[in-house]
Design a binder for this molecule. Structure first.
Ligand code: SAH
Length: 210
């Protein structure tokens, strides 16, 4: 295995960033270099975000590891991702939920939607859609888990509405710097956990939620 990749996997395990063996296996099996434009491939296992075109980036590997652990995907689950980008995060989730699970991932920019669709062609449990995902995807709701990989200034209400009771939403919230939040929808209400500060590209809101 690539030495830099091995280093990342060791770090996530040692520092308990990834606690679940299935998540570690998915991060081992999926090749990040396959989700990156050719001229950037040599940096695939540097722990940094990389340009994927259209002014967007594939998230830093450790950010993907942290968000996946927070989401704690399980076999057979139905998961919505808002912000497909390269498709890398979806590929990781796809391996964990298995053939009976389903990932719906929505990308706003046409070029990246096409890029991700190509990158994910062998991931049969992933549906890549083109459009505004900030309002979720009512047709396939409710979801076990929802992951948003672009920054929202507040949590879109429609997303919470499309989450099952017991479900988890992971989303970076804030305008300049974002706080990663893990929201668990319980019978008693919403439980919020804060996972630290991150930087994401902004989530496009087509009509500003009005
Ligand atoms: N998860 C990605 C990284 C995503 S970068 C990966 O693994 O590579 C964030 C992406 O969110 C960008 O591609 C951006 O175009 C997209 N995005 C922003 N607002 C959106 C919206 N309202 N609906 C769907 N996608 C959106």
């Amino acid at each position: 295995m690539n030495a830099d990749k091995e280093k990342l996997l060791k770090y996530w395990k040692k520092d308990k960033i990834v606690k679940d063996a299935k998540i570690l296996k998915a991060l081992t099996d999926v090749k990040r270099e396959e989700f990156i434009p050719d001229y950037q491939k040599k940096f695939a296992y540097d722990d940094i975000p990389l340009h994927i075109g259209e002014g967007q980036t594939i998230s830093q590997p450790t950010t993907v590891a942290i968000m996946t652990q927070a989401l704690s995907p399980k076999l057979g689950e139905k998961i919505l991702e808002v912000g497909t980008g390269s498709g890398y995060q979806s590929a990781i989730l796809s391996k964990i939920i298995g053939p009976k699970g389903k990932i719906i991932t929505i990308e706003y920019l046409k070029e990246l939607y096409l890029f991700a669709k190509k990158n994910l062609k062998d991931f049969k449990n992933v549906s890549v859609l083109h459009g505004d995902g900030s309002k979720g995807y009512p047709k396939e709701a409710p979801f076990d888990k929802i992951i948003v990989t672009a920054a929202a200034s507040s949590i879109p209400k429609q997303l919470l509405g499309q989450l099952k009771t017991g479900g988890v939403l992971v989303i970076p919230v804030g305008d300049f710097i974002q706080e990663m939040q893990k929201i668990t929808k319980t019978k008693e209400g919403l439980k919020k956990e804060k996972l630290g500060e991150f930087r994401f590209v902004p989530l496009v809101l087509e009509d500003d939620g009005k």
